[in-house]
Design a protein. Structure first.
Length: 582
């Protein structure tokens, strides 16, 4: 798994190596201090050599200052490398998500992807920082201290060996049990994010149905699940520190007792050597504590690495592998040839079943049907947000898969069923698909979508701020701004997915008249549930339960098509809707 993430760390490798080198240097300096102190205690103090005591003390002070400076540089290097790693990882994750179709987004879940891009990567970053600081320092200090202790006194070094063995066994047991708890905790965070996201996005619905108390309880359940998962994991890890301190104090006590015997009775150990040995014991135990902290973070970050790898290993179901960049869309003619699609691939019933139709370039086509008939799914197939199970979709007589995704989507102006505006200004939103759009052209597009009068009344006009999600605009205003944004890319095909539902009849007819007058060569697909929205179209396709049950103009369908007649009757209360008015 580490190999999979190495490319994102490779750019920071030199910085990390410098940090490791400086960390190792600091460890060597720290380990040299007890030796110098031992020399003072065993040699210079008994001989009352004041000048050498002062000289050695100055050397120790210089080494200490030098160690602080190098230690600071090592921390800066580790911080830079870990931040860079997190930046590269987050950027790659977002790029990967951008390639996903609706199918992968549904499979992974939006709330889970948010958690992975924030919480999981932040923890990976913290683990990387801890590793660059501690995972080098601890082993170097541990090995060096053990070796030096062994050569100082072999019998006393056995105490360190026993202590390290006990700690290693305890550490292994704790980390093995902690990993599944950390996985559960990350899943609980996903659930909290999902509940919170739904509550914030649908706050108006919640208030309108007076369901605040219900949502509070729903969030309380997911929040309590996270709390219990965190408590289980943290309780287990909390045992680590007191256990290590117990072993450290017990080992130090044993060392003092046995060392005193060697000094007083056996007289083969000096006070300075015992002092050095105690320092090495402390260094050894501190190293084990640092290792345990780092390995604990590794255990938790392993869950994050697995979750991130799941995203990177998810193959996008839609790609450009079979495309030919030489193909160019000139006209905007659309053909569906026996297209079938299922959201659930195991289902015997297709969501869209054997669709076949042709829309000529410049033709204005309405697609109508009851809720769930497959209208929006048809548009997702056309824009390659989904891939058909069978059949062929063509534009200008060429299979859709023979175009690159950019070629297909750059000629399609899409106004989605759910209107989306981004935070920024009105001009920023209009330039979303066409960054070079001029202000004069922006005003022209606003006029064509019949919202220019409203914008001109605002103090900042084109520079009026749009809040996140466009919450400072009404539904109809957002729809018209979205239509203007779709027209800004000068599309060959314009798709309005129920995008006039919030408009009054007069405004809708004005926009349709403008589209017919100024964009006569534009292939228009208007998906609607209202008969008035599609009655004046050149062609109307009637969908019912994923199948085409009628095709023609308003007059022919109102005479011959039962489903179309039922829609007219349900909306007018009588069957005499004539479809007049353009």
């Amino acid at each position: 798994m580490i190999k999979q993430f190495y490319p994102y760390f490779k750019k920071e490798l030199n910085t990390a190596l410098f940090g490791i080198l400086f960390t190792a240097t600091v460890v060597i300096i720290e380990l040299s201090q007890p030796r110098l102190m031992s020399t003072i205690v065993d040699t210079y103090i008994p001989s009352k050599n004041t000048s050498m005591i002062i000289q050695t003390g100055i050397i120790m002070a210089i080494l200490a200052v030098f160690g602080v400076i190098i230690g600071l540089v090592s921390v800066l290097c580790a911080t830079k490398a870990s931040n860079g790693f997190a930046y590269n990882l987050r950027q790659a994750l977002i790029n990967k998500v951008q390639s996903f179709s609706d199918q992968e987004m549904h499979q992974l879940g939006v709330s889970s992807l948010i958690t992975r891009a924030t919480n999981d990567i932040n923890f990976v970053q913290s683990t990387t920082l801890q590793s660059l600081r501690m995972l080098v320092r601890a082993p170097v200090m541990l090995v060096s201290a053990v070796v030096m202790a062994y050569f100082t006194n072999k019998r006393l070094s056995l105490l360190i060996f026993v202590a390290e063995t006990v700690l290693s066994i305890l550490l292994y047991i704790l980390l093995k049990k902690a990993y599944p708890l950390f996985v559960s905790m990350q899943k609980a965070i996903d659930k909290v994010n999902k509940t919170l996201q739904e509550g914030l996005i649908n706050i108006r619905v919640i208030k309108s149905f007076v369901r605040e108390s219900y949502e509070e309880k729903r969030f309380e359940v997911s929040n309590e699940t996270l709390m219990h998962a965190s408590q289980k994991a943290n309780r287990l890890i909390a045992l680590l520190n007191p256990t290590m301190m117990l072993v450290l104090f017990s080992s130090t006590l044993g060392l003092m007792a046995y060392g005193s015997r060697l000094i007083i009775i056996d007289q083969n150990l000096s006070v300075g050597q015992l002092l050095v040995f105690i320092n090495y014991m402390i260094f050894t135990m501190n190293s084990m504590m640092m290792l345990s902290m780092t390995l604990t973070m590794f255990s938790r970050s392993k869950a994050s690495f697995v979750r991130l790898a799941e995203v990177f290993n998810t193959e996008a179901s839609i790609d450009d592998k079979s495309s030919n960049p030489a193909n160019i869309i000139h006209l905007g003619q659309i053909e569906f040839e026996h297209v079938t699609f299922r959201y659930n691939k195991q289902s015997p019933i297709a969501d869209l079943d054997d669709l076949s139709f042709t829309i000529q370039s410049g033709q204005k086509t309405g697609i109508i049907g009851s809720t769930g008939s497959g209208k929006t799914t048809l548009i997702k197939l056309l824009t390659r947000l989904l891939e058909p199970d069978s059949g062929t979709i063509k534009i200008d007589g060429i299979d859709l898969n023979k175009y690159t995704l950019n070629q297909v989507r750059s000629v399609m102006g899409v106004v989605p069923q759910k209107n989306v505006l981004f935070s920024g200004t009105i001009l920023d939103n209009l330039r979303y698909g066409n960054p070079s759009l001029s202000e004069d052209k922006a005003w022209e597009l606003l006029a064509h979508s019949n919202i220019d009068a409203f914008i001109k009344k605002q103090d900042q006009q084109l520079n009026m701020q749009v809040y996140q999600g466009g919450v400072n605009f009404s539904g109809g205003q957002k729809q018209r701004l979205c239509i203007a944004r779709a027209l800004a890319i000068n599309p060959k095909i314009l798709i309005l997915d129920d995008s006039t539902s919030a408009l009054d009849g007069a405004t809708e007819q004005t926009i349709k008249h403008t589209l017919n007058h100024y964009y006569s060569d534009l292939t228009l697909l208007m998906i609607a549930q209202k008969i008035s929205s599609v009655a004046s179209m050149d062609k109307i396709i009637v969908l019912d339960n994923g199948k085409i049950v009628g095709m023609g103009n308003h007059q022919s369908l109102s005479k011959d098509n039962l489903v179309y007649q039922e829609i007219i009757a349900s909306q007018s209360g009588k069957g005499d809707f004539d479809g007049s008015g353009d």
